[in-house]
Write a protein that binds this ligand. Structure first.
Ligand SMILES: [Mg+2]
Length: 217
């Protein structure tokens, strides 16, 4: 089977920290542990979860999108990221499908050359001031649908797509993909639901991604 698209989760995959949301909480000394539990129990939805995060940040003096971009730019990039994307370039399409923040997903895409970004946003006005609400594009509990929508948009059969994730939240995406790769997995569920497990540098995924157009050196 040769592939036409590689879809990457971001948090813990393209950046080597657990969560882009958590990165901001850590920096500001806030936390969302109780809200995460409420979300997992199904008591609050994605919109409410994001709203609670943003409210906490705004209470700590965060006012604009660039305040957050400054914090997020510190996210540690995963070893081998640039090399991996440049090796895939021209052979397959590349995308980020992340329930993390688009503010960092866009940065990562720009610097690495990843072509498509599906991630969650924050409402801002014309001057970039936060409104307090989120823009949900990738529900944390259902990454399957945005992944399928992306494949459809690109005219690619999901079976010709590779999905790469590190946690149980990526399972719905991996299930639809022709090849599911666990990358530095943090729980057993993702490992059980993937075809391949890769640990360490991201270049380790390359041998598993066959394409019709081979790379010319
Ligand atoms: Mg992740």
């Amino acid at each position: 089977m040769s592939f036409e698209l590689v879809a990457f989760d971001m948090d813990g995959v393209l950046i080597s920290c657990r969560s882009s949301w958590q990165l901001i909480h850590d920096e500001l000394g806030t936390d969302n542990n109780e809200d995460l539990k409420a979300y997992i129990r199904g008591e609050i939805d994605d919109e409410e979860f994001i709203k609670r995060d943003v409210t906490k940040w705004m209470d700590k003096g965060i006012k604009t999108r660039s305040d957050l971009e400054r914090i997020l730019s510190k996210a540690p990039r995963t070893e081998g990221l640039l090399e991996t994307i440049s090796s895939l370039k021209g052979r397959v399409k590349t995308a980020i499908v992340s329930a993390g923040l688009d503010l960092i997903a866009d940065q990562i895409a720009r610097e690495s050359g990843i072509e498509y970004v599906l991630a969650n946003g924050l409402e801002v006005d014309d001057e970039g001031r936060l409104g307090g609400r989120g823009v949900v594009r990738v529900p944390l509990r259902d990454k399957g649908k945005p992944f399928i929508d992306l494949c459809e948009l690109l005219g690619i059969d999901p079976k010709r797509a590779v999905a790469i994730g590190n946690s149980k939240f990526d399972v719905p995406m991996l299930k639809h993909a022709g090849l599911g790769i666990s990358f530095n997995p943090i729980d057993e569920e993702i490992g059980r639901n993937s075809d391949v497990i890769v640990r360490g540098s991201m270049v380790g995924i390359l041998p598993f991604i066959s394409t019709t157009q081979q790379r010319r050196v």
